[in-house]
Design a binder for this molecule. Sequence first.
Ligand code: ADP
Length: 443
Amino acid sequence: MVSVHRELRRELWRVFFLGLAGAMIGRIMGSALTGLSVVFLFYVLIQINKLRRLHRWLRRRAGGPIPELGGMWDEVIREVHRVDRDSERHKERITGLFDRLQAAASAMPDAMVVLSQRDLIEWANPPAERLLGLHAQRDIGARIVHLVRDPSLTAYLEAGDYHQPLVLKGSVEPYVVSVQIIPFGASQKLIIGRDITHLIRLEDMRSHFVADASHELRTPLTVLRGFVETFQDTLGKEDEELSANLALMQEQVERMRRLVDDLLALSRLETTPARVHEEVVDMRALVDGLQGVAQALSGDRGHRIEVGVQGEDLMGNPEELGSAFTNLVHNAIRHTPAGGLVRVTWATDVTGGHFAVQDTGEGIAPRHIPFLTERFYRVDSGRSRATGGTGLGLSIVNEVLVRHDGRLAIESVLGQGSTFTCHFPLSRLVVRVPSSPPSVTTV
Ligand code: ADP
């Protein structure tokens, strides 16, 4: 910068002396103004010529020789040259970084695809060919949904909620791919596809193993139960101590049977596809049936049981819904002292359908509530076992609700009681024909 100023000053002096010389020569020849004009005319022509050479060099400066223009012009050329070199180095650095990034992305086992604003493929790494069936070069510029033809991907991209990954099964055989979308920049997206074929296979093996093992345990358990009952009826009558031990055995066999049944129910929910055996569930009949179940479970403990039904019916699998609701009623009776109140209701409103089981029982401390639907989670395991619990009841409820687009809400106050509510979306409601007035029965 300093040398540019110096050259500028020199140039001004040069112009001054040239003008002076031109004026003096002009004076000698008769007119100082004419001399001055001629000198300046030459000066301007020379500068225009230098400007033209500079322009030509700038246009094809890649590899061209640097012109020697002298004075201030050389400084300008040097400056342009320096900026050029800097930007070249910068470009090389960025290209190198991009190449390294591309090499790292290509070496990754996960599929990676960059989508433009309109979900057009901008870039894809080689694993995307294997896991998503794309061609890393040929498919650039194509819409991803035209190549990965899975309606769930189209719906997932349109919905725009990418918190939960999408599992693509059967789009590119034999792979099962977990797809995660990360939006970035101006409406661009990065798709990461992870091969979870092995995990799904292991998960399948696990649930089939549990189902098979539970199934295999059923027969020996039935035999055992039969023998214990026979011994109780014959030997137990003669020996009091033996009778007590046999009663204990019977209780444990019964517990194992319940456990096996619950495990089987859970693995059936995991392994059978949802929405297959769905029909309109008559909620009035279902709730009335639950009233009978609650009464039978209460026995001589004299719980007050109330039921109420109002609104549309529910679309779903009657066996699954029946087993989930029975579990809730079962829990309410087991965890409510004799004479307590258990209320079973079904109601619909603008948000959907709500099946609730409310009790005035022991209640649950808030710290346990988030974990209640986990398998084998019990607030008090000793007490749960003593009352015939398996620790799987609420897991079954949760699984059934997930299959019916529903969710479980638990409200509880320790020492006062609990309310377990199954919420279903509006899409699950079916208008009842003919409609009947709400009913509340107290027993
Ligand atoms: P369990 O077979 O042990 O009842 P669940 O999965 O059905 O297993 O329930 C998990 C735990 O939640 C139970 O151990 C119990 O402590 C608690 N629980 C469930 N329902 C109620 C209820 N209505 N009142 C109080 N506690 C409950």
